[in-house]
Design a protein around this ligand. Structure first.
Ligand code: TUI
Length: 315
């Protein structure tokens, strides 16, 4: 499937792998890039040296383009912004804030910059600032989210900007990719479905929770502290919702204490009691473990079949 984004980035399929902090390492990103999609290394809150090692590892594992995501809440963001230039990374995606202060240096270095946005106003700002494309992320997504659903956000962003728009949030199969293309998106970004990939190195307990998840298995916590995060229902997310119900200064401190490190506890330890198992609402569709190349091939083949069949939907 050729689109403006496959042409711009020199990739085979218009499928990005979401930048999941603590999860999306060189192994996962290279597997997705080797499968023809765009693999993305999530810098998350990792120290600069670790991210440098992951970038170098990915270069050894694939000769295809891959991206690095810089999460702008990261106190290391300034260093990471320079690191991607020094390492000759070709594509950078950003999340959880504004990449304004880095844009000029990245553009000068010839980097394609693709910010994640959750509103039309922000999409427009990014386009004016020189972004090459935007990822419109609906609140169906896992992790840190905005307020608008993919269904509502996507057409409005597409009508607002002229640069390519990638759809994210609630997409895990060929139907999602086909629908996004019909909306006018040039590609999709998927996180949750890649949690099930063989190349995704997370605790087995996390994978099992994704396989068992249903449509109503996720909740949003953190609205009280201004950083809403979608994750699977778990002892920790239930506790957080209870605390958020009657917020005081002491409660905010308690929330900070019990959430600090909770994503690592999920990803590395599979700690069912204290972990935050970030996941999108589409987890109910994700079954069994495949490799990245099977996930992408099936998604693209299904989407192409749906799109070829689209005239029959008119009746
Ligand atoms: O960034 C994400 N998803 C994430 S980041 C993350 S790590 C984290 N963990 C705990 C608390 C907070 C973060 C887990 N998942 N997605 C991209 C995204 N970006 N979603 C929403 C936004 C966003 C939000 C505000 C983009 C820009 C923005 O800035 C507005 C402004 O004007 O600066």
């Amino acid at each position: 499937m050729k689109t403006k984004i496959t042409q711009m980035l020199g990739i085979q399929h218009p499928v990005f792998q979401g930048a999941m902090a603590w999860i999306a390492d060189a192994g996962l990103a290279a597997a997705v890039s080797n499968a023809g999609g765009l693999g993305i290394i999530a810098a998350g809150a990792a120290p600069t040296e670790i991210v440098r090692d992951e970038i170098r590892k990915a270069k050894g594992l694939t000769d295809k383009p891959f991206a690095v995501n810089i999460m702008l809440l990261n106190p290391n963001a300034d260093e990471l912004a320079q690191l991607v230039i020094d390492e000759g990374v070709q594509v950078v995606t950003t999340g959880a804030g504004s990449p304004a202060k880095y844009m000029e240096q990245w553009k000068q270095a010839g980097i394609k910059v693709i910010p994640v946005i959750a509103s039309t106003a922000y999409a427009k700002r990014m386009e004016r600032m020189g972004a090459d494309a935007v990822i419109a992320e609906g609140m169906e997504s896992g992790g840190h989210i905005g307020d608008t659903t993919t269904m509502a956000l996507l057409p409005q962003v597409i009508d607002t900007v002229s640069i390519p728009v990638i759809a994210a949030g609630g997409i895990a199969d060929g139907r999602g990719l086909a629908a996004a293309r019909l909306f006018g998106a040039e590609g999709v970004q998927c996180g949750t479905v890649f949690l099930s990939a063989k190349e995704c190195n997370i605790a087995e307990q996390y994978k099992q929770m994704i396989y068992k998840a249903k449509d109503i298995s996720t909740v949003v916590t953190g609205r009280a502290s201004g950083h809403p995060v979608r994750s699977l229902k778990s002892p920790l997310s239930r506790e957080l919702l209870k605390l958020e119900g009657h917020i005081e200064t002491r409660t905010l401190e308690e929330i900070e204490r019990i959430t600090a490190g909770s994503l690592r506890k999920a990803v590395q330890d599979g700690n069912l009691q204290e972990g935050t198992f970030m996941s999108g609402q589409i987890a109910g569709l994700v079954k069994g473990d495949s490799d990245c190349s099977t996930i992408i091939e099936i998604m693209v083949q299904e989407a192409e079949a749906f799109l070829r069949n689209a005239p029959s939907l008119i009746g």
